[in-house]
Design a protein around this ligand. Structure first.
Ligand code: NAD
Ligand code: ZN
Length: 363
């Protein structure tokens, strides 16, 4: 399945399915004709080097350790130096092979190497296949927080080979699935009910269902990004569940106790419950949504992540610090119905705090 991202003058192809990497051979040959290099996650390489080398046998290979700590100033400097030593030119490509960490780091290197060279994404986690590899956001983390230094830099090609997901730990797969549900919840009621029926098949990695779920997700993201590349308006809808979710992640100190997607799953259900409490969603809708999320095996309540302290006051502080909060007024992404989100500006903090208190009491 092919999806195209139609940014004016910078259109690119997203090819999805089992064997998508091989199917991109001609495109890859063209994009790596000038000196290019691969940046690969060490753990992914250990499992899939043969598949990668079959398609890109000769490119210099730069490996990076697995894990969020790799999105650092240090790796940015190291990888950039190695890309220059490998002779990567502006007309050549940086090829990212791994999950969102590798894509974000390699993408930021590509954005600044020789003032910008080409970027090819070969995402290997479900999260990176449905979210981070499309859209052009790249970043590293700093002492002040996550993703605070980066650039918008669109890839030239995204090859989403679903066969790589066979080795992905189940917990990581589910975390990526939370973002799939997000696309349904924010703008596609039909997709949401499709997931109700076919979600199990997607999570069982049935090729047709999996390819369909990723294609719908990428199309949704591409449509929003095309409309609003640099997040001034509609792109904010992609943050559904993320303000609550980031607060929970921050309570877990970003140490692996909770994965981003798990925070997003709880955050989306909280956004639904808050929407219902504020009268935007009709009674019972939040519960229906929670059932769909819970069925996949994702957490939906603070009580589902017992090793994370969920102090309402501190959660609110984290929400305030979230970068989506501007000029003191809290903006949330809320639901009008299951399948339609909206930007809710100037949310009253006292009401949010009451709500967080209720959430912390849920069994
Ligand atoms: P990740 O890259 O850390 O991958 C998760 C784990 O899975 C790692 O341990 C990795 O080694 C392993 N792994 C990857 N592919 C595998 C495979 N096929 N088989 C076995 N193991 C595999 O994490 P992620 O969830 O892919 O991405 C999270 C990152 O993405 C965060 O840093 C987040 O900020 C970023 N992100 C960026 C955007 C964006 O728009 N740029 C969007 C969402 C998230
Ligand atoms: Zn996310």
């Amino acid at each position: 399945t092919d999806v195209s991202v139609d940014l004016p003058g910078r259109e690119y192809l997203v090819r999805i399915g089992p064997g998508a990497l091989e199917a991109c051979r001609p495109e890859l040959r063209r994009l790596t004709a000038k000196p290019s290099a691969i940046v690969a996650d060490e753990a992914v390489l250990a499992q899939h080097e043969d598949a990668l080398r079959k398609v890109l046998p000769e490119l210099p290979l730069i490996t990076v350790p697995s894990g969020e700590a790799t999105k650092s100033w240090q790796s940015y400097a190291d990888v950039s130096e190695k890309l220059l030593e490998a002779g990567v030119e502006r007309g050549g490509s940086v090829v990212a092979f791994g999950g969102g960490v590798t894509g974000d780091l390699a993408g930021f290197c590509a954005a600044t190497l020789r003032r910008g060279c080409r970027l090819v994404m070969l995402p290997t986690t479900l999260l990176s296949q449905v979210d981070s590899s499309v859209g052009g956001k790249t970043a590293i983390n700093t002492a002040s927080g996550k993703n605070l230094v980066g650039a918008f830099h669109q890839p030239s090609l995204v090859a989403i080979d679903t066969s790589f997901l066979s080795t992905l730990p189940k917990r990581e797969l589910l975390a990526g699935y939370a973002e799939v549900i997000k696309y349904g919840a924010l703008g596609d009621p039909q997709f949401l009910s499709w997931l109700g029926e076919r979600g199990d098949a997607v999570l069982a990695l049935e090729p047709a269902a999996l390819t369909e779920a990723i294609a719908v997700s990428c199309r949704a993201k591409a449509a929003i990004v095309t409309e609003d590349e640099t997040e001034r308006g509609r792109r904010a809808l992609l943050n559904l569940g993320h303000t609550f979710g980031h607060a929970i992640e921050a309570e877990g100190q970003y140490d692996g106790r909770i994965l981003h997607g798990e925070g997003v799953a709880i955050g989306m259900v909280m956004a639904a419950r808050f929407s219902e409490r504020e009268g935007h969603l009709s009674p019972g809708e939040a519960e229906r949504f929670e059932a769909l999320v819970a069925r996949s095996g994702l957490p939906t309540r603070l009580a589902d992540v017992p090793d994370i302290p969920a102090d309402p006051g501190r959660l609110l502080l984290h929400m305030r610090q979230d970068k989506k909060v501007d000029s003191g007024a809290m903006t949330l992404i809320l639901l009008k119905r299951l399948g339609e989100a909206f930007v809710a500006k100037d949310q009253d903090e006292a009401r949010i705090l009451d709500f967080l208190g209720e959430e912390a009491q849920l069994p």
